[in-house]
Structure formats: C-alpha cells, structure tokens
Design a protein around this ligand. Structure first.
Ligand SMILES: [Ca+2]
Ligand SMILES: [Ca+2]
Length: 502
C-alpha cells in the first residue's frame, strides 16, 4: 500500500480529529484533539531563513520549525495592511467581501459581522480553551465583556516596550510620525514587550490543563517600526552595502501612475529620503535585527512546547500579517501589491503535517481557518472563502486550484500564480511579472502582446465580489470613480497632474 492509499484508508480517522503524522498517530491521547499554537509576526516580510528573501537573515528558530513542518514558499496576504489582513484571516473572508480595507473599522462595529464566528471562536465552540497575547487583532476589541467573547484568557498586549527618550533618526517626512524610528540603543531584551508576550505564553504552555485542548494565539509586534534593537542583535548584520536589498534605479518607470495612489501620502519614508539622510542601511539592519530578536522569542515558545511534552499533539502555525519594502520600488513600508509586500512566512508543523516540506503552490492566509478546522477535526464550515491546505501539508506537490489574491482597497488586486504576478488597478492599468525570469519584479510585461494569453488567464481570477469600503473606513483608504477618473486618498482628491509626494 503506498502512502497515498494509506492516507485515503485512514481518512475517517483524520476527519475524526485524531490526526497523526503517520507513525506518531497512535501516540496521541485517545480522543483528545490537537492543540493549536498560532504565532503572528507583525510586518514580517520574506526576510527569514525558510523563505530566503534575504540571504543574510538569521532565523535559526524559524529554520527549526520549518524542518519539523511544511513551509509555504508562495504564501500571500489578502491585504498588505494590518487591520484588513488580520480581519480577513480571522473571519475567513476576503477584504473585498467585508469592505474592510483600512486601519478602521474594527469589524464588530459593523452589524453584518457583529456575530461572525472567528477562527478562535470556532475552536472555543468545539471545546477548546482559547488564549491570546500580543498583537492578534489590529486594535483593542473593547471592554471586558467583548474581550471575553473573543478569547477566554488574555495575556499582555502587544507593543514596543523599552524605547529611547527621543527618536533616534532625523525627523521623517509627512509629520515625523512617532513610530517612524529605528536603530541600535542599549536596553534589556527582557524589557521589550515581545519578550513579555513570549514569557506569558511560555508560562501558559507550562500550565495547560491536560484534559482540555487549547488554542493559544501569540502575536509579536516586531519587526514593525519602531525597530529598536540592542547591539547583540544589530551586530548580527554587516555594517556595509552587502546588507541592502537589490533595487533598480528606474524601477517605477514601467509601473502605472496608479501604483503610487496605493501609498500616496504616508509616514513611511521613500528611498530617496532614506539615502539623503543616511538611513537606508540603518533601517535594513534594524529590521533584520528585530526579525532575529522575534525569532528568538519564537524559539522560547517552541522550547516550552517540547519541555511540556505537548509538541507531538500541538499544531504550530506561524504567519506574518504582510510584507515590507525596504527600498525596493523606491519606497519603504507596505501598501503595495508587489511580492515584497504580499509574500509572508506561512509554516505549519505538528500532527497531520509532513515534516521538511517546501511547498511552491500558491497559498493564502485566508486558508489558515479551513486548514486548522480540518487538521483538528472540527465541524466544517461552508461560509469560509479560503481553501484547506491539508492536501499540501500531506504532500507538497498536491494540486492547488487557484492562485493567491491580494487586494488593497476596492478595485486593486494582485493575482499570484506559481509563475506569474498579475496586478490590476482600479483605473484599469496593469502589471505582469514573470517570477521564473524576474524574481525582483523589475520588468512589467503587461504591455507585451506575447503575454496576452497569460494576462487573460490571470484576469479571470479577479475577485467577483469587490465591495466599496465599509462604513467607518479610515486610514490608507483609497477610492476611485471610473466615470469621473477621480481618485481620493484618505479624503483628499488626487489629480492626474499632482506630483508624486516625496
Ligand atoms: Ca502589520
Ligand atoms: Ca520596473
């Protein structure tokens, strides 16, 4: 009997919830569903060891998680911004379905989503005890009653922790936003909020009741700005040009003007400012340093799981809420439909997950909800927009029926298949990149008749449902009226002739 036939034969057992990594299946406590350790990393792009987005990134703990599990090399967010990305994956719905594109609103404020059963709530309904600490949702969820409705047990919130008395870098454009800061300064790791978040999660893991499965959500804030690091982490990265990502000087010449509208006026400095103020290398090293620091916190969680004896019956899933540009395409920050902004770590490990796999099939963070439901044998839901990744967790080469789709405000979508990235903006302008020959997305092929059929193939995946911003939408919200060619960014009209803000 080959493995596939074997898996089919034991399919009933899989659906029943006692999931095993083949020979390990019998080791589980009879009848006990697998636990879930759900790890979020804020603004974490693909600069981690398992994804290879930066050749110098040092993430030994993500590396060891990847050895234990399956890494999705082509996983993408549904929105390149915290609130819409997290709302999407926790609800199992696309931003184009909810209309949540901006940093506001909190989805419970909308009558249509007030009673929506989120991922952790679905686990709670199946007998799990749910825990949360750090940044899982984008903002506060409300008072004690609302908090209790979202999770059973609440740990320390997310945040920066130790910070210098004043900003380390020169005043940044567009208002010198307090979060726009980075650099090395001496402080104790223990005083960082992410350290405290990990400590609390470690403590919970050590004290988990043995007779009830748990869903533990742990959200790290770094490498979100401000990226403060102690010399220990900063010095992991060379103080020379080798640390900088490759950029093409005229890269934006073949991208539509509308691509600028998606990040029209933002506190994140452009590359030009970074260079003029001698901050590019500093930001890159600070971001990488913070990535390594967070990796160490992930390591503490993995150690705790092993020491508690729970590792064999706990599914670990680790994800980043969206990527981050550090100079590529002339900008820093998020809010784009390009690879650096949409590609994120997505790693599963534990019972039911084949170890050591690297999957190149497109995957969406939206898929986590149905995947975890299937892995843990919970009741299936027919109102989720993601697709379970369990076939790929068993065999990384298993077929995937659709590409990954990222949306940033109504009408702007990126479609990522195994080989291509197709982008369509609300005004109809387009981009096409061939990742086989152009992994940096430097050459826009959309205007080349040779690729007309590729364009056509990808256009059909544009979301059919594509609603306008929900009521109360604010911050990084862009609207466009095709009839009048009027684009409005955060309430202010952009004219075709307006210079691109620096
Ligand atoms: Ca984020
Ligand atoms: Ca280009």
């Amino acid at each position: 009997m080959d493995r596939r036939t074997f898996l089919r034969c034991i399919g009933v057992t899989f659906a029943g919830g006692v999931l095993g990594q083949f020979a390990q299946a019998q080791d589980h406590r009879a009848g006990q569903r697998a636990n879930v350790l759900f790890i979020a990393i804020d603004d974490q792009n693909d600069w981690v060891g398992p994804l290879g987005g930066h050749p110098l990134a040092k993430t030994p703990n993500l590396d060891r998680l990847a050895v234990r599990g399956t890494t999705f090399l082509n996983a993408h967010v549904q929105s390149p911004l915290c609130n819409p990305s997290r709302t999407s994956l926790m609800l199992g719905l696309r931003p184009t379905t909810t209309g949540i594109y901006g940093l506001s609103p909190w989805f419970r404020r909308l009558p249509q989503w007030q009673d929506r059963v989120t991922l952790p709530q679905h686990f709670k309904a199946h007998g799990y005890r749910t825990f949360t600490t750090g940044k899982i949702y984008h903002g506060g969820v409300g008072g004690p009653q609302q908090r209790a409705a979202e999770f059973d047990v609440w740990g320390p919130p997310g945040g920066v922790g130790a910070r210098p008395e004043k900003k380390l870098i020169p005043p940044t454009p567009m208002g010198n936003h307090p979060l726009m800061d980075w650099g090395v300064f001496p402080h104790r790791d223990e005083d960082k909020q992410d350290y405290k978040v990990a400590s609390w999660a470690v403590e919970q893991i050590g004290n988990m009741p043995k007779d009830q499965p748990f869903f533990l959500a742990t959200g790290f804030f770094l490498p979100h700005v401000p990226c403060y690091a102690t010399p220990k982490w900063f010095d992991l990265y060379p103080d020379d040009e080798s640390v900088l990502p490759a950029v093409k000087e005229d890269d934006r010449d073949d991208t539509p003007r509308f691509s600028w509208y998606l990040h029209w006026r933002l506190p994140e400095p452009r590359l030009k400012w970074m260079r003029e103020n001698n901050q590019w290398r500093n930001l890159v090293r600070s971001y990488l340093a913070c990535t390594s620091f967070v990796d160490a916190q992930v390591g503490r969680l993995l150690d705790a799981l092993e020491e508690s004896g729970l590792a064999d019956n706990t599914i670990v899933v680790l994800w980043g809420d969206h990527g981050y540009h550090l100079g590529e395409k002339d900008i820093t920050g998020k809010n784009t439909l390009w690879e650096r902004s949409t590609r994120v770590p997505l790693i599963f490990a534990g019972p039911g997950v084949r170890a050591g796999q690297r999957c190149t099939r497109p995957a969406e963070l939206l898929d986590m909800y149905p995947t975890l439901v299937e892995l843990c044998g919970l009741a299936e839901r027919d109102d989720l927009e993601g697709i379970s990744l369990v076939p790929q967790l068993r065999d990384a080469t298993a077929a995937r029926q659709r590409p990954a789709i990222t949306s940033h405000n109504q009408g702007n979508h990126g479609v990522r298949s195994e080989r291509w990235r197709y982008i369509r903006y609300a005004d109809g302008s387009e981009e096409l990149y061939d990742h086989q020959n152009d992994p940096q997305e430097w050459t826009n092929l959309a205007g080349d008749p040779e690729f007309a059929s590729v364009l056509e193939e990808h256009r059909r995946w544009l979301p059919e449902i594509d609603v306008p911003p929900a009521s109360g939408s604010a911050h990084r919200v862009l609207t466009y009226d095709g009839a009048t060619d009027e684009a409005v960014w955060e309430g202010t009209r952009i004219r075709r002739s307006d210079p691109i803000p620096e």
